[in-house]
Write a new protein. Structure first.
Length: 154
């Protein structure tokens, strides 16, 4: 009986520990995106625009620094393209659309208020996003090929 208790006790402890690991833990902790992190959609960041923002600015004749700042504030690539399309089609300033988005107004509502078809804007934004990402990837591949051919022994 005593031998069984020696093996049964660790098995019970192990089983209870395993079940506790599968549960969701609740407690105090620090989040990298918490209020103390300084992350905010309203806070302007002083970051350089990435290659996507540069290509997007070139395509829409927009300010690359402004697009880069919006990206670093949390706006997605597709969201930025949709806002640029809405701004271009409705002849509205991008900053006015950003103000509406900062108040959590849906892009579909913004487009509808301006008499635009959101579904076509969404489809076009997906195509534009894909084309820009493809262009960036091809440029990176060309650069990699140039590096590898330059380093190859002759």
């Amino acid at each position: 009986m005593r031998n069984n208790a020696v093996f049964l006790l660790p098995a019970l402890l192990l089983a209870s520990n395993l079940s506790a690991q599968s549960e969701v833990a609740v407690g105090a902790g620090f989040s990298p995106l918490g209020p103390a992190s300084g992350y905010s959609r309203e806070k302007k960041q002083d970051n350089q625009p990435d290659r996507f923002a540069l290509k997007l600015a070139e395509k829409f004749d927009a300010d690359a620094a402004e697009l880069g700042a919006l990206f670093y504030r949390g706006y997605g690539r597709g969201e930025l393209i949709q806002m640029l399309l809405i701004a271009r089609e409705s002849k509205t300033l991008l900053k006015n659309l950003v103000r509406k988005r900062d108040r959590n107004t849906k892009l579909s509502s913004i487009a509808k208020d301006r008499g635009l078809d959101y579904d076509s804007i969404y489809a076009l934004s997906s195509t534009i996003k894909y084309d820009i990402e493809k262009e960036i990837a091809l440029a990176a591949d060309d650069f990699t090929l140039q590096l590898s051919s330059a380093e190859a022994p002759k």
